[in-house]
Design a protein around this ligand. Structure first.
Ligand code: HEC
Ligand code: HEC
Ligand code: HEC
Ligand code: HEC
Ligand code: HEC
Ligand code: HEC
Ligand code: HEC
Length: 262
């Protein structure tokens, strides 16, 4: 192993260490490394600027712009190359498609080198078909822009659900009686990468709904029982799940029922 590579791997170890303390991070406790391109070395973000000006300009606000390798033996920042691999041979060749550069739009392997947890989620029984190459990360994430949670080139409106709306019109159309839960984004109920539960739900049973709708023992109009909202649910809960028993079947909203019954 030559000097610069040892340096990079060491620097990524330091990066990984620094991220341990961040419990929100999906980075695993292993040394992460950007994709490799045989014979190429890191050139730094500035080297991409000349030909890919707009990408470099927008990139400053991306969370990945912070993924630079402090103290590594390379000029400038290494943000672009953390996903695209070291760029020197691409630059020497004058650039071009398929020329000594990784394009993770076609293959998410580069992303999984750092996001092991995400990789694991896509391997769960219910998942979006990314590993099957029928979909890719970019349909939901903008790797270069300020807002990584929206699709590349997407609008900023209704940011949380907008990437889903491209493909799931039925659930994202406007409803007369909307379910306010959707304002917090589809991900309050679905894990968009994958889940062990049907329809990628984050919970398989009533707990999905009860995290927002408290179930209380009480009495109203003289009737004692288990209340959800202002409604006595004592007998209803015996029928089964909130949506699967044929009650609140219109969980995404309804044009007919204010109680999302149909
Ligand atoms: C988080 C990983 C990631 C980082 C960091 C990143 N890119 Fe990308 N890049 C991608 C992905 C994914 C695609 C594929 C996009 C698509 O297919 O729409 C891509 C595509 C591209 C393309 C090809 C676009 C096309 O027309 O197909 C260029 C050029 C590019 N990136 C340059 C850069 C530059 C320059 C930087 C640094 C300023 C950078 N990228 C940083 C992930 C990344
Ligand atoms: C000398 C100009 C030049 C420089 C410097 C350059 N590129 Fe490129 N690059 C190109 C050209 C030209 C293309 C082809 C674009 C096209 O066909 O639309 C390209 C394509 C790409 C692609 C798409 C590859 C594919 O197979 O789809 C990526 C990713 C990319 N460049 C990343 C980078 C990164 C990262 C850097 C900095 C390390 C960089 N480029 C520096 C000229 C350059
Ligand atoms: C070299 C390692 C590395 C690679 C490769 C990489 N990432 Fe990341 N990614 C990170 C780090 C580190 C963060 C956290 C940045 C921060 O919060 O400061 C991050 C953050 C993210 C976030 C935002 C997480 C949040 O909570 O806001 C998304 C989404 C993401 N990456 C997607 C991708 C995608 C898609 C790819 C491939 C196109 C990719 N990443 C490739 C290291 C990487
Ligand atoms: C179907 C849309 C979709 C696809 C495809 C997708 N993501 Fe995500 N991803 C999301 C959403 C939505 C969130 C925010 C989840 C939340 O708010 O809890 C997210 C969050 C993330 C995060 C932050 C940590 C987390 O899990 O909350 C990372 C990292 C990430 N995605 C990486 C990726 C990578 C890498 C790929 C491709 C292999 C990918 N995503 C494909 C929708 C998607
Ligand atoms: C690029 C298109 C695309 C985008 C964007 C997309 N999906 Fe999907 N989604 C699909 C496809 C295709 C399937 C079907 C997968 C299968 O049948 O294997 C699917 C399946 C699902 C399912 C399971 C449906 C079932 O009947 O089991 C849910 C839930 C879902 N998506 C939610 C979301 C959410 C939430 C988002 C946004 C974070 C999102 N999707 C973004 C294409 C997309
Ligand atoms: C309040 C929780 C909740 C929210 C928020 C939510 N969903 Fe769902 N979603 C469900 C439940 C429950 C099912 C039904 C699963 C079943 O049939 O067992 C479902 C099913 C689906 C399905 C499968 C087809 C269908 O309608 O049964 C898709 C696709 C879907 N949701 C997409 C979305 C999208 C896109 C969003 C955001 C706009 C979203 N969901 C927000 C709870 C939710
Ligand atoms: C993220 C929080 C959240 C989750 C999760 C959630 N809801 Fe809601 N829901 C709300 C809010 C906020 C309202 C509007 C205020 C209210 O009526 O309590 C609402 C309203 C409703 C209503 C209309 C109330 C009425 O007057 O009849 C029904 C029915 C409902 N939700 C059912 C469900 C079901 C079924 C689930 C599980 C699939 C669920 N909710 C999950 C937040 C949530």
């Amino acid at each position: 192993m030559n000097g610069w590579r040892a340096g990079i791997i060491l620097a990524f170890a330091v990066l990984a260490l620094a991220l341990f303390s961040n419990s929100c991070s999906t980075l695993p406790r292993t040394v992460v490394a950007p994709p490799e391109i045989p014979g190429a070395h890191f050139a730094g973000n500035r080297a991409c600027f000349e030909c890919h000006t707009n990408y470099v300009r927008r990139f400053a606000a991306s969370p990945h712009a912070r993924v630079h390798v402090a103290g590594a033996a390379m000029p400038g920042q290494s943000g672009c190359e953390s996903c695209h691999g070291p760029g020197s041979k691409h630059i020497e060749a004058g650039g071009g498609r398929g020329k000594f550069i990784v394009n993770p739009g076609r293959d998410a392997t580069a992303c999984f080198q750092c996001h092991l947890q995400t990789h694991a989620e896509f391997n769960l029984p219910q998942h979006h078909p990314v590993l099957e190459k029928k979909m890719n990360c970019v349909q939901c994430h903008d790797p270069h822009g300020a807002d990584i949670l929206k699709p590349a080139g997407g609008l900023a409106m209704a940011r949380l659900n907008q990437s889903c709306a491209q493909c799931h019109r039925e659930q994202t159309k406007p409803f007369v009686f909307e379910h306010e839960a959707l304002r917090e984004g589809c991900a309050v109920c679905h894990n968009p990468h994958g889940s062990i539960n049907k329809a990628m739900l984050v919970e398989r049973d009533n707990n999905l709904c009860l995290k927002c709708h408290a179930q209380q023992q009480g009495s109203l109009a003289g009737a004692n029982g288990i209340y959800i909202g202002r409604e006595n649910h004592t007998d209803k809960l015996k029928l089964g799940g909130c949506w699967s028993a044929g009650c609140h079947t219109a969980v995404h909203g309804s044009n007919f029922s204010p109680h999302q019954l149909y």
